[in-house]
Write a protein that binds this ligand. Structure first.
Ligand SMILES: Cc1cc2nc3c(=O)[nH]c(=O)nc-3n(C[C@H](O)[C@H](O)[C@H](O)COP(=O)(O)OP(=O)(O)OC[C@H]3O[C@@H](n4cnc5c(N)ncnc54)[C@H](O)[C@@H]3O)c2cc1C
Length: 466
């Protein structure tokens, strides 16, 4: 009797894969095909959120677009559940599946900067620390994540907010073309000129429409930034958060400020303002002077620094071995009630690694028309991030409860405003629909055209028409 491997199908049932078919698939790849027990299998299945512990039947470690095409074709022909991994940072853990086929793009690391055209092409295994280093070598940058180990792929496909987004837009606003392997195994160029519907959809529509094997971004000159945190005792939180509300009412595009709560190594809770000014630093010093003369900080660490230094400043706060449960809520106005709820929750964080933050979307990312691409949320001036982060899995209920309590206190029941990149796995269906607002119907049409069987469903899923 020939040997078989049990695997999960796209509709949730089990199928038996013949070993000779697995071997033929493995031989068709230039990268490795890993099965449970193989060296490297456990490393490859691990994603950033330590809560996620899934075991794919097969992991295809792709090295180029040809490998991705082979993997998509094998997965589709065998009817397998497929997950796609870029940088592995998605908190919901959508990069890895149980018993299905994980298409792992992490080995795809090529970066090509064109300094004259001010563009960069990057493969989907590239992380923001790597892309920033490559582009800053030429004094250029594109808006990226604020933690270096975040993957460019999932980040860009979900929108992508960073320090430079208010001057230059979200990551999806700076995408000028992409190569995409569709569910049919075709490699398509997506840009304003070619397959424009697909290009519209991948800019904010997540991994629903195919697997991107190359991203091409617009770059912007950037020498240094005036940036860093200012910390205050948590006892001053009321005045810090009210100052933040007033100061962020009308910021220039060059200035990004986040406000929040974290715990210092001695266990003291601190309120904090995090600043990045990406224009002329002298002008920046003048503009942020009211912030620097406000209150009596514990520490003021703002200074001029290379952009890459800012981009690695928070990396140590986000190691990849902890338990994480995140929620986010776009907010129209910081009422006293909202601020008081955030302050009370910030002071009552159940883990020293948890944080609460407010971001202040404004400027360039709000000037793009809502129908220009799939990404729709372009009006709320604040995004609240609730980041529950802890070590011991037996404490999960307590820390998840803390995050949910704050979310419930702040989120209006009728709110349709969602930042998809920060969704946890337990809330996707209804919130995904509302995140796309009036763009949703067009997304369903494009999904139906490029992925009618919903092969790419381990994501913030847009379902095709039946
Ligand atoms: C520490 C940390 C910091 C973060 N900071 C920010 C931030 O500053 N701003 C922000 O906007 N978000 C931020 N995020 C959220 C982040 O953008 C999302 O989690 C994003 O999904 C991560 O992309 P990835 O490639 O690393 O993820 P993965 O987990 O590898 O992928 C997530 C999903 O994206 C899809 N996908 C990935 N690659 C491809 C591809 N090549 N083609 C098609 N689909 C693909 C798949 O559906 C996959 O399941 C942060 C997350 C973490 C954990």
């Amino acid at each position: 009797m020939s040997q078989t491997t049990s695997a999960r199908t796209v509709d949730g049932s089990q199928t038996a894969l013949a070993q000779h078919e697995i071997e033929a698939f493995g031989e068709s790849l230039q990268g490795e095909l890993l099965q449970p027990g193989a060296p490297g299998y456990d490393d490859a299945r691990q994603v950033w959120n330590g809560m996620i512990d899934r075991r794919p039947a097969l992991i295809a470690r792709c090295t180029n677009a040809g490998d991705v095409i082979a993997a998509v074709n094998f997965g589709r022909e065998q009817g397998l559940l497929i997950s796609v991994r870029g940088g592995g940072h998605n908190v919901a853990g959508t990069a890895v599946c149980d018993d299905g086929l994980m298409i792992d793009l992490a080995p795809m690391k090529r970066i090509e900067v064109d300094p004259d055209a001010r563009t960069v092409r990057a493969q989907p295994g590239v992380l923001w620390s790597e892309l920033d280093a490559a582009t800053q070598a030429y004094g250029l940058a594109t808006p990226g994540g604020i933690v270096g180990s975040t993957g460019i792929a999932g980040f860009t496909l979900g929108g992508g907010i960073g320090w430079l987004s208010f001057k230059h837009g979200y990551a999806c606003d700076n995408l000028i073309a992409a190569d995409v392997v569709t569910a049919a195994g075709q490699l398509l160029r997506a840009s304003d000129e070619e397959n424009a519907d697909l290009f519209w959809a991948i800019r904010g529509g997540g991994g629903n429409f195919g697997i991107v094997t190359s991203f091409e971004y617009r770059l912007h000159p950037l020498a240094e930034v005036l940036a860093g945190p200012v910390f205050y005792p948590a006892s001053e939180a009321e005045s810090v958060m009210r100052f933040y509300r007033e100061f962020t009412a009308d910021l220039p595009d060059e200035l990004a400020i986040e406000a929040g709560f974290m715990t210092n190594p001695d266990g003291a809770c601190l309120a904090a303002l995090f600043v990045c000014y990406s224009g002329d630093p002298d002008e920046g010093e003048r503009i942020i002077e009211p912030l620097r003369s406000f209150g009596v900080p514990v520490a003021d660490m703002i200074g001029r620094m290379p952009y890459t230094q800012l981009q690695s400043m928070f990396d140590d706060f986000f190691p990849d071995d902890r338990q994480n449960y995140w929620k986010s809520s776009l907010i129209d106005a910081l009422s006293d009630d909202v601020l008081d709820a955030i302050i009370a929750s910030g002071r009552a964080m159940t883990s020293p690694y948890s944080m609460v933050f407010l971001q202040n979307p404004h400027g360039a990312c709000h000037r793009v028309p809502r129908d220009a691409m799939a990404y729709y949320q372009r009006s709320a001036p604040y995004n609240m991030l609730i980041l529950a982060n802890w070590v011991d899995p037996t404490e999960s209920d307590e820390h998840i409860g803390w995050a949910r309590d704050l979310f419930r206190a702040v989120q209006r029941p009728d709110s349709d405003q969602v930042f998809l990149n920060f969704l946890s796995g337990d809330e996707e269906v209804g919130r995904v629909r509302s995140a796309y607002g009036e763009n949703y119907d067009r997304l369903v049409e494009i999904k139906t055209k490029y992925d009618p069987a919903n092969l790419f469903r381990m994501n913030q899923n847009i379902r095709p028409m039946a």
